[in-house]
Design a protein around this ligand. Structure first.
Ligand code: PLP
Length: 507
């Protein structure tokens, strides 16, 4: 097996920051320290950059400058529209129509609003995540003040017929919010042509910085502030603007035409990837629609394969992919999107999302397929998969057993550690490696059995011979061994000391 350069195929989670964006951010941080709200000279440049950034971004989506406000992220923008419209319309009108495959920043906010009296209806979707349009007129009525539907789905890549949804919403007197976070840069967006009332965007999906989003509010559409305070962003988003991030966002937006063009070339790579994948494993299920989907996204169910193990094997070879939305990754709860398109919990846990960037190459795809082929032939490194029932009293207290607990602190609050566990941090794990014994049977433990395989494979790569991970993690073990949990959990737990301190950022 050859090692290719790292292959990053998790671009729907976030993208690498473009060099020109970094340059702009550094320049703004160095030169534009004046507060854009101040009136003296030192602030003029800051204000100018803020407004120029707004003009640049607005132009890329066909909006007017006065229709854009910058926010802390797209999640905030989604929250702002939903909550401020509910506050405005309820109790006169209380119904919101949405889809069950929206991003958590929509779904969770809808759940919050339901507790405050909102009525939420979900449009059904087909097995690839496309909204069943013919059901839309049946579900919308005079009580519906808002229709919410994402342009493109982050997990399956399905692209909705936004124009038709907008038309039906407007015909019934409802406003339309479209989450365009995954669509921008990958497919053309024009808020006028698509007739959107609200649209949300995030810089870090288009090679911009994290921590800045944008909200499009059509001229005259109602909206209220979400963060209250100062008068920034026309009084709609208080807080001193993160000017460097906003300028970085605008710089990334300037590159959108080129990005669109490059992404369109992904479609061929994607087709080829699916074809070759089917040759290697004919029973894969492709959860992405063949047409009406993003050119960069492929969601695949691998029957018989635990996605946590395959993701860990990929990680071993420097390939970054994910199981679904980055917002729900550490739990490995079955994705709400995959469940909505009809997958069972088990199928959802066997699914992986590959999301290419504009610079993904044919060689990257060949490398990934090669890893999958070798994995299926059991020619990739193996680690022990330890069932919770196997980890009984004898194994637990055997001198050769070494429990390595890599859980996050908030998980340990919910479930106590195994007896004699050695605790290390998942995210800075390399600094703990020198503390591990080479002559013992290492069992890596996490909360649900989802991220421990990555550490087990990492140890394997570093030459540890006997390494395994606890399948279904502490949750599974607690359920399988309630007596042992009650008697011994939390006893004799050792906190390992990492090698070196302050080594957080590489120089
Ligand atoms: N909407 C969609 C479809 C997304 O994919 C994401 C991020 O993954 C968001 C909203 C949230 O964006 P942000 O990270 O800027 O809050």
């Amino acid at each position: 097996m050859f090692f290719h350069k790292d292959a990053y195929l998790d671009n729907n989670a976030t993208t690498r920051v473009d060099k020109s964006v970094t340059a702009v951010i550094r320049k703004v941080l160095r030169k534009c320290y004046g507060n854009p709200s101040s009136l003296y000279k030192a602030a003029h440049l800051s204000k100018e950059i803020l407004e120029e950034s707004r003009r640049t971004f607005a132009a890329t989506i066909g909006a007017g400058d006065e229709e854009i406000i910058f926010t802390g992220c797209a999640s905030e923008a989604n929250n702002q529209v939903l909550i401020s419209l509910f506050d405005r319309y309820a109790p006169g009108k209380k119904t919101i129509l949405s889809s069950p495959i929206e991003h958590p920043s929509i779904i969770s906010t809808l759940t919050y609003l339901e507790k405050k009296g909102a009525i939420v209806h979900f449009l059904p979707v087909d097995s690839t995540g496309l909204v069943l349009m013919d059901k839309l007129p049946d579900l919308i009525d005079n009580d519906t003040f808002l229709v919410v539907c994402m342009f493109a789905n982050n997990e399956t890549g399905s692209v909705q017929d936004i124009k038709t949804i907008a038309r039906i919403a407007h015909a019934h007197g409802a406003l339309f919010l479209c989450d365009c976070v995954q669509a921008i840069g990958k497919i053309p967006i024009n808020v006028r042509e698509q007739d959107l009332d609200y649209a949300t965007f995030s810089a870090h999906k288009i090679h911009g910085p994290k921590g800045v989003g944008a909200l499009y509010i059509k001229n005259g559409a109602p909206i209220s502030p979400f963060i209250h305070g100062g008068h920034q962003e026309a009084g709609l988003r208080a807080g001193t603007e993160g000017l460097h991030n906003i300028a970085g966002f605008a710089q990334a937006a300037k590159k959108l035409p080129g990005l669109l063009n490059k992404y369109s070339k992904n479609a061929e790579l994607k087709k080829n990837f699916i074809l070759r994948l089917r040759e290697i494993k004919p029973d894969v299920i492709i959860n992405t629609p063949p047409v009406s989907s993003l050119p960069n996204t492929i969601n695949v169910t691998f029957p018989g394969i635990d996605n946590a193990v395959l993701i860990a094997v990929f990680d071993y070879y420097g390939i970054a992919v994910s199981a679904g939305s980055a917002c729900s990754t550490p739990d490995n709860k079955a994705s709400h999107v995959l469940k909505a398109i009809g997958l069972t919990d088990d199928q959802a846990r066997r699914s992986i999302r590959f999301s290419m960037s504009d610079s993904t190459t044919r060689r990257d795809i060949t490398f990934i397929l090669d890893v999958i082929r070798k994995f299926l032939m059991k020619k990739t490194p193996q680690v022990n998969m330890i069932a919770p029932s196997f980890l009984n009293k004898t194994v637990l207290f055997d001198d050769r057993t070494y429990i390595l607990d890599v859980r996050f602190w908030y998980d340990k609050v919910k479930i106590k550690s195994l007896p004699n566990a050695h605790e290390a941090s998942f995210f800075s794990f390399s600094r703990y490696l020198c503390r591990l014994p080479r002559d013992k049977n290492i069992i890596v433990v996490c909360q649900g059995g989802f991220y421990s395989p990555m550490i087990a494979f990492y140890c394997k790569r570093k030459g540890f011979k006997n390494v395994g991970f606890l399948m279904s993690g502490m949750e599974g073990w607690k359920a399988a061994q309630p007596e042992l949990y009650k008697r011994f959990s939390g006893q004799n737990v050792v906190k390992l000391q990492p090698r070196g301190y302050n080594a957080i950022l590489p120089h």
